[in-house]
Structures are given as structure tokens and as C-alpha cells.
Design a protein around this ligand. Sequence first.
Ligand SMILES: Cc1cc2nc3c(=O)[nH]c(=O)nc-3n(C[C@H](O)[C@H](O)[C@H](O)COP(=O)(O)OP(=O)(O)OC[C@H]3O[C@@H](n4cnc5c(N)ncnc54)[C@H](O)[C@@H]3O)c2cc1C
Ligand code: SF4
Length: 496
Amino acid sequence: MPKTLIYLAHDNLNRHKGALKDADPKKHEVIFVESYRMLTGARWHRQRLFFLLSAARHFAESLRKEGFTVHYEKASDTATGIRKISKNYSEVVAAAPSSYRLTKSLSDIGVKFVPNDFFLTSRESFAKWASSQKSLKMENFYRFQRERLDILMEDGKPVGGQWNFDEDNRLPPPKLGHSWPEYPEHQRDEIDLEVIAEIASLDLVGNLTDGTWGTTRDAALAQLDRFLRRSFVEFGPYEDAMTTESWALNHSLLSTYMNVGLITADEIVAEALKRFKKGGVPIASCEGFIRQVIGWREYINGLYWFFGSEYRDLNELGSTRKLLPLFSDCSKTKMRCVSEIVSQIEDRSWVHHIPRLMVLSNLAALAEVRPAEFLAWMREVFIDATDWVMVPNVIGMSLHADGGKMSTKPYVAGGAYISRMSNYCGDCAYNPKTRTEDDSCPFTTLYWHYIARNSERFKKNHRMFQQLSGLKKLSDLDETIKRGNEVIKGLEEGRI
Ligand SMILES: Cc1cc2nc3c(=O)[nH]c(=O)nc-3n(C[C@H](O)[C@H](O)[C@H](O)COP(=O)(O)OP(=O)(O)OC[C@H]3O[C@@H](n4cnc5c(N)ncnc54)[C@H](O)[C@@H]3O)c2cc1C
Ligand code: SF4
């Protein structure tokens, strides 16, 4: 009797989810495909490629130890790799893929899909919620999730009497310094070293010098444990802070592991709630973290499927500038915030959500970088990047390239925001308080340049009323626009 072949994508590394859930070594064999497209399709960050390959190879090894026959094929693309051996099996099954591209290429060769249960919310359930809403506010989805999943609820009401504790959170980093938790150093094993040697000759970017990222489920569990012991208590207050004193602050670093399946959202939520029940963790920190996992993460995945495959190509503000040189080389800017953050990405392939949103994407939006180019860069350099998560975060939330389908208001800000939420500005060559001088903060100048450029469009948006009123009050608008044009030229030439 021919066996069933299970295709495992590099983000399905979990024995209890997807196509492996009920698999039996006597009835199933497993195939992974390492495609040349995956290796050479872009100039990936070294840590990203290393992590994806090594995590898959470690997981393949764990399945072999359990008795599965595992095929690890190298091929030009995934479909070709599967076709090489699929004729020997009764059928090929896989979890419904996490991107449109893979869904198409696997459907084209007749792979049968089982539900993708790596998320807490099915695509159908999200679509049902979204279709019943006037606007797609994350906060409303989050409340729906809390009630539906019965998380942090007591007698039908939110624990602590509020849904959201944002006003207790979002503190800047303490001015007098702070003791931030240390983050792990993972030891490299034989499989890791083999992958490092294999990718050494590829045309990649970034450094692969430290042990920031582990490549096994044990490493993911250790990271969760470390987060709950050392960072959970203060997760809320410093969620949005940026500081040169710590690269991760109290963030969990779990997206990397979650996005490949080594650990899942349900496990993380269960452990976080268990820790909260023990006491000593403020509700603002617990709620803040739970909101990220059951709210933001699920909302973003739901929107990726709800908006459809064309959403990634939207460019409603008509931005056409090429990617600025400072994104790929931190020496191409004197802006301290940007150079610090790009240099952190070069070292670790990761920064937390505020540098991604309020520094990198903010700059790309203000400087009118073409959304598709910025999206491609973000996908290449972040360790936790996948299509479902990058597309809505970049096209919708960050660049407003969807014209407001996701967020009614663009997330753009001048230097005052970065100055308030970080310690970057003190030693910067620029001054966040001015907009027309040679040393004015480029964010501050370009913020007003952006509002002025888009003022006709924003007139129809009542949430932009305050910004447009501010614009009308600027007595130096002409000089600001002139300086803005100089700043954009300087950014293009890598000398701002
Ligand atoms: C422009 C932009 C690009 C982003 N790209 C990615 C990406 O490629 N991959 C990715 O996993 N996250 C992405 N995010 C979301 C967020 O920045 C990361 O999930 C987070 O920084 C990961 O670090 P952490 O695990 O320490 O998160 P924590 O701060 O500890 O948060 C806990 C978890 O919440 C989830 N989460 C929080 N916000 C989001 C969000 N907006 N979208 C999806 N999940 C969220 C993540 O799974 C994260 O692990 C992006 C955000 C922005 C603004
Ligand atoms: S002054 Fe402007 S460019 Fe410099 S660190 Fe502050 S926000 Fe960034």
C-alpha cells in the first residue's frame, strides 16, 4: 500500500499542527524542499537564511529519530522538488500554505491541503468577522478574540475592568538608565555549523557572528521561559521605548520561533496566563503582551487573506522613489536613530516594532519610497519576515499605501516622537525641534513636507484634521518645503 507524502514548508516545524498532526511513520513519509529560489532569490540576511535552513534540518532530524522517512530534496523550486518523488505515493498533503505564491504552486501540482492551524483564528472565521464590520479596527477584533477565546475575561468582563491598558504603557526609556534583561547566546551544533559553511559562498547581507537565534524547539521554549522570568513584568511600560542601552528591551523575541512553528501562539498564551495567575505581573504588562499575540498577530494574518493577493501591489500615494542607500548601509546617514537601527539589523536581523514602524517605515513613507521596494527590503533583512506578516504591516499599517483600507490614518511622525521615545537624539547631528535649518531633523522637516504634499487627499479624512490645522499655522511652510526637497536629495545621495 503506497504511503502518503507530507510536504513540510519551512514554517510548519511542529509535530502537533498542520499535516503532521495525525501522521504515523508507518503510513506517512515527509519531504522538505530546499529550493535554489529560497537560497538565491534575493540578497537575504545571513542570519535569516541560516535560521530557516538550520531550523528545518534540525526538525527533519527529530522526525527521523521518531521513525519517519524524511526526504530532504534540493531543487530549483518547491514544486520541482516534490514532483521528483511524488509519483511513488498515494497522495501529497500539506497544511494550507502561508502565502499566495506557495498556495498556487502547490495547487498546480495537485497537493491536497489540510487546514492551517498554526493560528488561533481560521481564515474563514476572520473573514466572517471582517465582513460584519464597518471599519476593520484592530481594537474591535482584539475584543472579539478575548471574548471568543475566553482570555483575560471574568464574568463576561475584561480582567482589571478595562480592555486596554495603553495609558499605563508606552513610557520612554528611563533618563537615568535602567537594568534591562540580558538575552541568550545559543551554542552552535554540528547542523548549525554545516549550514553556516554551506551559505558562506552565497551573495547575502548582514553578519552571522553571534548566537542570538537558536534553531530548535528547545531554544524556542528556553526563550519563552526567559521572557516570562525576566521581561514579562516590565513588558508593558517599555513596549514602545527605544534605547541604545538594550537592543531587545523587554520584547519576547518569540516571533522568529512562532513564525516557523517551533512554538505556537496557544502555548505562549497558556504559559503567559499561568505566570500572570501566580502574581507579581501587572495586568498592564500581561494584557499588553496578550494583545500582541491574540490581537495583532492574528489580525495581520487575517487581513493578509481577507485583502487578497493584489493588496501587496497597492501604491495609493503614488510613491516612486528608489530604496534609500541608508537602508542597506548604515554608514550612509548621519541620522543617529536610523544608523543605530540599521546597524542592529545588520548584526541581528531584528529590531522591535517601534523602530520598524516609527523609524524605518516612517522614513520610507515620508521620503516616498516605492512600497514594493521597501517591502522587498524588509522581507530580505528581518529574521521573522514572511509574506503574511510583512505585506499588511508594510503596505497597510506603515506606508498607508492601501489608502486607508487597514488603518484610517497614516503612521507618520516628526522627530519629536523619536526624541520622546528614545535616547537617540541627544548625540545626533540633527535637531528634532527645527525644520528649516541645515541641521534640522530630517523627520521633522519631511513630516510637514509629507502633510503638505498629501493635504488634498487628507482633507477627506477627519482623523487628519489636527495635522492639517497644524500645517495651516506654519509660517515657514515655503522654507520647510525647500528644506524638505534638499533633505530628500541628500537621502538619495546618502549624505544626510
Ligand atoms: C513595518 C513592520 C514590519 C513587521 N514585520 C514583521 C515580520 O516580518 N514578522 C513578524 O513576526 N512581525 C512583524 N512585525 C510585527 C512586530 O514588529 C514583530 O512581531 C515583533 O517586533 C517581533 O518581536 P517580538 O517577538 O519580541 O515581539 P513582542 O513585542 O514580544 O510581541 C509578541 C508577539 O506579538 C506578535 N505581534 C506584535 N505585533 C505584531 C504585528 N504588527 N504583526 C504581527 N505580529 C505581531 C508577534 O508574534 C510577537 O512575537 C512588523 C511590524 C511592523 C510595523
Ligand atoms: S534628531 Fe532626528 S534624525 Fe536625529 S536621532 Fe533624533 S529623530 Fe533621529
